[in-house]
Design a protein around this ligand. Structure first.
Ligand SMILES: Nc1ncnc2c1ncn2[C@@H]1O[C@H](COP(=O)(O)OP(=O)(O)OP(=O)(O)O)[C@@H](O)[C@H]1O
Length: 205
């Protein structure tokens, strides 16, 4: 269970705006995070991952405090071991598809399974600039899953995929999420994006 109760002053171009989030994410659930541009969706994911520090409050994973402002507890992203899919992919330009996954895990069987899931099994030697936008996005998803995380944070993870590819991938990902026993948060602008996926919703802003 991930329990988030935090506040953060967002520095927007038109002044300060307070982001307040109080929400419990049930184990194994998939939550779609919605809200207008600039509401703080990416900032929320980054605070949960340990990449941005909230101003106050707490973030707890099961009984472990990841962040506790009052006690100065703030675990590093490495300690939190979250799978993160960045909106801009954040791939390594000099690494091949396979190296991206090998960097995260040495479980060869798992790597093979992920490459197949993402339809990248024929592109293992390609670097990002020799992949299409959709392939890059799938690689970003596979890399996040490589560490077998218990919490998966995805920022607009399907924006570059066509409808057919997206629904096939979502089906396969759901199986993987269940196997991992992972809790998943997905930022998505598109209300139809996760059609057919039973899940919770958190609206921000
Ligand atoms: N570390 C930070 N500290 C304070 N404010 C921040 C920080 N990072 C980003 N912001 C501000 O927070 C606001 C929300 O940004 P964020 O990217 O979280 O929005 P979003 O809801 O994900 O938007 P979009 O849908 O356009 O991606 C922006 O005005 C941004 O400038």
């Amino acid at each position: 269970m991930i329990a988030v109760d935090i506040e953060k002053k967002l520095k927007a171009h038109n002044g300060l705006q307070m982001l307040r989030i109080k929400k419990v994410f049930v184990p194994g659930s998939i939550t779609r995070i919605t809200g207008p541009s600039g509401a703080g969706k990416t900032t929320l994911l980054k605070m949960i991952a340990g990449l941005i520090t909230p101003d106050s409050g707490s973030i707890k994973a099961n009984s472990i405090s990841w962040f506790e402002a009052a006690q100065n507890i703030d675990l590093s992203p490495q300690q939190r071991r979250v799978g993160f899919v960045f909106q801009d992919y954040a791939l390594f330009p000099n690494m091949t598809v396979k190296q991206h996954l090998e960097y995260a895990t040495n479980d060869a069987e798992w790597i093979t399974r992920l490459l197949k899931t993402g339809g990248l099994d024929n592109f293992t030697g390609h670097k990002p600039n020799h992949l299409s936008g959709g392939q890059q996005q799938r690689l970003a998803i596979l890399r996040a899953l490589a560490i077998k995380p218990k919490l998966i944070l995805m920022d607009e993870p399907f924006s570059a995929l066509d409808l057919k590819m997206k629904s096939a991938l979502i089906k396969d990902l759901q199986i993987i999420f269940t196997e991992l026993g992972a809790t998943t948060l997905i930022v998505s602008h598109n209300p139809q994006e996760l059609d057919g996926v039973t899940g919770d919703e958190l609206e921000i802003g």
